[in-house]
Design a protein around this ligand. Structure first.
Ligand code: KG4
Ligand code: ZN
Length: 374
């Protein structure tokens, strides 16, 4: 099914978006699916010494950063307050104290500047991030965005981040069903935790990707989890335990040299991604899918992208040997859209705005455990 979203109106409202779901303070201006600005104040340096996100530190940093980040987003988009149609803000899921800062600030801005407020699910942001268009490639800054966007549905969202790993069935923008998810750690979380055991710093995911390039992914045969569960869920904590045991053994035997670390990173990363591909294969066997949308911080990983493409080809050939069209993997046009950012929140905000889904200001409470299909 080929879809043209909504009717072609020639005005594309500008949405100011804010995300403070975890440790990055982010603001953006989005016009439909076009990203006009995307500003992120990273707190990585602040949390490095804790090896993970420290909530009170995150809360304070969000408070300090927000005014600058919002001002920067408006300036870079060359947009004045009177040109903003609505404010979109992440309501959840995420770290409760961090969400609260963004929500409170967005509600203050909405009151001061008399703008409607739109509550956004952070996971939906990751889900739609591969649909975003850069400013230069946009047909016209005035064109109605969702009507310009061509995509084929139903699609499957594959979200792989530090907080989430899930498959989401998309029948229409806003109509979602979560098909499978991780029952324990998220994929990015285990990469970070195992990376920490190897002293790779924080976050370890990108460092592991670099080191893995020099290693052999088949050197260490990690187990494939959840093969008998009969569902589309994933689990990564068993892999984490296997990694910890191995690191302890190798450290005790003084065997963890440079080559071993490269092999370890390549093998562990491969094991995590193989598990996602294994369940993707199961999903594709049951659901007819025309596109796959990849999002989340780990979506920046080129090995993951390649493995997903290979899996799509393999499964599709096995299921439909006579067809040549393989469901394409859509990825965000820049890595900045993979990690936590507000542009993806603006994308969802503009979808909701075009559908008249405005929230009641003053009434928004954080939703730390909000599911994408709730
Ligand atoms: O989407 P994100 O910024 O935050 C969450 O919503 O969680 O994702 C952060 C996660 C971290 O676990 C980080 O290690 C991982 O994404 N990550 C990567 C890469 N870049 C970021 N993992 C593997 N390879 C990468 N290139
Ligand atoms: Zn995220």
């Amino acid at each position: 099914m080929s879809v043209r979203f909504s009717s072609p109106v020639m005005i594309s409202p500008r949405i100011l978006a804010i995300d403070t779901s975890c440790d990055d303070t982010a603001a953006a201006v989005v016009s439909g699916v076009t990203i006009l600005s995307n500003v992120i104040a990273s707190q990585t340096q602040l949390h490095k010494e804790f090896g993970g996100v420290f909530p009170t530190v995150a809360k304070q940093a969000h408070r300090e950063n927000l005014p600058y980040v919002v001002a920067g987003a408006l300036r870079r988009a060359q947009t004045a307050w009177e040109d903003i149609a609505a404010i979109a803000v992440t309501q959840g899921p995420g770290l409760a104290p961090a969400l609260e800062v963004g929500l409170t600030y967005a509600q203050e801005l909405a009151t001061t500047h008399h703008k409607p407020l739109i509550a956004v699910n952070h996971i939906e942001g990751h889900l739609l991030s591969s649909l975003a268009q850069p400013r230069s490639r946009h047909l016209s800054p005035l064109a109605e965005p969702w009507s310009q966007l061509h995509t084929r549905l139903p699609a499957l969202g594959v979200i792989v981040s530090g907080g989430h790993t899930e498959f989401v069935w998309v029948t229409n923008p806003g109509q979602y069903q979560r098909l499978g998810w991780t029952v324990d750690d998220a994929a990015g979380e285990v990469l970070d935790k195992v990376g920490r055991m190897l002293d790779l710093g924080y976050p370890a995911g990108p460092v592991m990707e670099e080191l893995a390039r020099m290693g052999d992914p088949k050197a260490i045969p990690f187990p494939l989890p959840m093969t008998t569960s009969g569902d589309f869920n994933m689990s990564f904590s068993g892999l984490k335990t296997a990694a910890r045991n191995l690191i302890e053994q190798k450290t005790a035997a003084d065997e963890l040299n440079k080559t071993q670390i490269h092999d370890f990173c390549a093998s562990f990363q491969y094991a995590v991604f193989r598990s996602i591909c294994y369940k993707l294969n199961k999903v594709l066997q049951k659901y007819e899918i025309t596109e796959v949308w990849l999002g989340g911080g780990v979506a920046a990983n080129l090995t993951l992208r390649q493995m997903l493409r290979d899996q799509l080809r393999l499964t599709h050939r096995a299921l439909k040997p006579e067809t040549t069209s393989i469901p394409p993997l859509r990825v965000p046009y820049t890595k900045k859209l993979c990690m936590d950012n507000a542009a993806m929140i603006g994308l969802v905000g503009s979808r909701k705005f075009s559908q008249g889904l405005i929230s009641e200001a003053g009434n928004l409470d954080r939703r730390p455990r909000w599911r994408v299909d709730e």
